[in-house]
Ligand binder design. Structure first.
Ligand code: GRF
Length: 205
């Protein structure tokens, strides 16, 4: 019988509010038959690790300093994830760029990322965190938002799964804009995970 229970690996680097949104959605069953098998962080002080601990979710701090190269680091990351029999890898505020060999080791619909802007605008190398909101404000954009996309060899340029817009106001600061977007991110991420996870096939009797 097909296994209907889905296992996520969530990669994080920061506060983990998106991780929390997934945890909450699993609890309130808006993300049914799903569990977070592992949370992996490249930052020891990421509050996301604390959130995992608070919710009895296995977590690992994988220290980049312990590895000679990005290749070696991602080899280890890959080994941990493969061991866990994961259905979907979610980059939820993970700031490292994954190596090509890591990305190629998984099917093309197995890694998704959340980005705090309306891709393809404001994406790519260096466009992460507050840099994104700063650039949006400097360009006097009237709207911004968030995007969930599949991860491919090109940073922030994989096929888009979903996006959500928010207005940008004249008096916005990086903080006010990022806060408005973050609220949307949480809902969109859960929705996107629900969309992309393989659904059980219901056979007629
Ligand atoms: C989010 O804005 C996400 O789009 C970006 O990094 C931020 C992570 O926030 N990739 P959090 O750690 O989930 O609170």
């Amino acid at each position: 019988m097909e296994n209907t229970h889905k296992r996520l690996a969530v990669l994080v680097s920061g506060s983990g509010t998106n991780l929390q949104a997934i945890i909450d959605a699993i609890k309130d069953r808006s993300l049914p038959n799903t569990e977070i098998a592992i949370v992996i962080s490249n930052k020891q002080d990421a509050y996301a690790l604390k959130r995992a601990e608070n919710n009895d979710i296995p977590s690992i701090f994988l220290d980049p300093k312990q590895y000679k190269s990005k290749e070696e680091y991602d080899q280890k990351l890959k080994a941990i994830i493969k061991e866990q029999n994961i259905d979907l890898i979610v980059l939820a505020g993970y700031i490292r760029i994954l190596t090509q060999s890591f990305i190629q080791a998984f099917d093309k619909d197995k890694i998704i990322n959340i980005h705090p802007a309306l891709l393809p605008k404001y994406g790519g190398k260096g466009m992460y965190g507050n840099n994104v909101h700063k650039a949006v404000l400097e360009n006097n954009e009237k709207e911004s938002g968030c995007t969930i996309h599949y991860v491919t060899h090109e940073v922030d340029a994989g096929p888009i799964i979903a996006h959500e817009k928010v207005p940008v106001y004249e008096n916005d600061t990086i903080e006010s804009l990022s806060k408005r977007i973050r609220v949307k991110e949480h809902k969109l991420l859960v929705k996107a995970i629900n969309t992309v996870l393989p659904k059980p096939i219901i056979r007629a009797k």
